[in-house]
Design a protein. Sequence first.
Length: 310
Amino acid sequence: MKKLIIAAVVAAAVGGVAYANYAATQEVKKVVDKQISALSIQSGVEIKYSDISASIFDSSMQLSDITVSNSLSNEPVATIDSIDVSGYEVDAVPPHTGFVMKNFRFSDEFLAQLPENSNNKLASTSYNVDSSLDYNKASGDSDFALKVTANEVADVNFNLGLAKTTALMEASLAVSQMQNEATDGQLTLEQQLQQQSKMMAALTQLEPRSINMSIADEGELKAVVDSFLTAQGMTHEQFKQVVAMQLQQVPVSEELTTAINNFVNGLSSFSVSAKLPEGKTMMEINQQIQMLMGQPEELAKFINLQASGE
């Protein structure tokens, strides 16, 4: 009897969760459809998906089998296997949000319309995007990470650390809420100006702390670059010479110059990072950078620049 009671409780709980997820999916679908409609109006493309699901456990949602087409000609532009969004909240800034797009690929019809000198390998490959935003409400710090993979070509990573982001997060949330409440997701001109003013004020408070960027070959990077150079009537050797000459004319630190030259030669990997002084706003740092533009080694020390290339 106890086993039957336990089984019944478990079944009820599972059923309750399933219903809650179903209800969440219906609510999320309304918001997503509204945002897609607004995006379609602004961009001139039509976006459709075959399935949507949501989970109450991690405030996540997933769109599957997405197609993008020209809203005028109805010709397909691209397809996407899935888009996953985690940490989705309508009325609060979550501590973590994630966005994952799998297998974005341009359609054959779109590729056929590209100019003859287009880089076919880069255009015809599929792309994956993985991004996240971590926000610490207590400290006001935020960390943004982005990874874009061009399959069999290259991985590109970008990371940004910021302080004093609370005003920006609150302004972004306000914009999102207004769009959700607006007709067809469109804000009035007055609303747009109000939100732009808030966003600009929030941006002036930001303190950039760290920046990292890297590129890594996934097998075909050199072939893609060489194909681009050929279309420009240039050999790889000529390209190396041009880059070397340009670096001589631009005030760049010795470490960064070496890293760029090594990468241009090998096209295997490149990374550059900076750790910026604490307690300085973006405007203050930009002013200091402008003052040190003619002193590359001093500038590299100021931003703690590190670079490597192969």
